[in-house]
Design a protein around this ligand. Structure first.
Ligand SMILES: CC(C)(COP(=O)(O)OP(=O)(O)OC[C@H]1O[C@@H](n2cnc3c(N)ncnc32)[C@H](O)[C@@H]1OP(=O)(O)O)[C@@H](O)C(=O)NCCC(=O)NCCS
Length: 215
């Protein structure tokens, strides 16, 4: 599966691109004084962080079922691996909701890629998979991630405390309804600046829908 607009592509992660993503993560995702993730997998030596990426990605490959799936995509800019954009769904047949999460290698941050990849992920979720709602979240001290959710047009859905490295830290929640995404869709397409092309998404959707329908 993939979705692309111009120079930016989200592509299902195979082993070839995974090795590059693991090395990229090992070179650093954030300042060591900060922690953007609930589970601090990005701490450690370059080799430890790279290994975390490999084991996580290999581990989720068998977590794709019609009712609950984790889809992780490599973010490629001009074909160069820049990070990961994930979509997670639980009770999909009932809720039709995805939650997104992402990271970019430090060299790729702050250039608008995070905003564009989230727009592509929403397009894949709503247009491609038929989602009803998308959610996201970020710790209150994660300026760029909160800025991306607001800029893309999510509505604030409150905040709750999460244990982060032994400390209770407020975590913002954001929600995007299907109606809101439809009203913003033209703006997203304009911001992406190129036609959006999806590959393999229809066949994924058809397979999960046919299993859910008991065919
Ligand atoms: C979060 C992340 C994916 C965003 O991607 P990005 O390419 O850096 O984001 P963009 O360049 O598209 O946008 C960044 C926005 O943050 C804003 N920003 C940057 N630093 C900021 C700060 N310290 N405080 C507030 N806003 C900040 C920028 O102004 C920009 O907003 P604007 O376009 O409205 O001006 C990326 O920074 C990243 O991977 N960070 C580390 C991992 C992470 O935090 N993952 C998300 C976990 S919830």
């Amino acid at each position: 599966m993939s979705v692309r607009a111009g120079d930016l592509e989200l592509r299902w992660i195979d082993d070839e691109v995974l090795v590059h993503l693991a090395e990229l993560a090992g070179r650093g995702i954030h300042d060591p004084d900060t922690m953007p993730f609930e589970h601090p997998w990005s701490r450690g030596t370059a080799e430890e962080v790279a290994r975390s990426v490999l084991t996580f990605q290999w581990g989720i490959r068998n977590r794709v079922s019609p009712d609950a799936f984790v889809l992780e995509f490599a973010v490629l800019r001009d074909g160069v691996p820049a990070g990961v954009q994930g979509l997670t769904a639980n009770d999909w047949s009932v809720l039709r909701r995805v939650n997104t999460g992402s990271w970019l290698g430090r060299a790729h941050q702050g250039r608008g890629i995070g905003t564009r990849m989230r727009m592509l992920a929403l397009h894949l979720a709503f247009e491609g998979l038929g989602a009803r709602e998308a959610t996201s979240g970020a710790f209150v001290d994660n300026g760029p991630s909160n800025a991306v959710s607001r800029r893309v047009g999510y509505e604030s859905d409150g905040a709750f405390f999460v244990a982060r490295e032994g400390v209770a830290v407020l975590h913002n929640r954001f929600v995007m309804s299907r109606e809101r995404w439809e009203s913003l869709r033209r703006d997203h397409i304009a911001a992406l600046g190129a036609p959006i092309e999806m590959r393999g998404v229809d066949s994924f959707r058809t397979s999960i829908e046919s299993v859910l329908a008991g065919d």
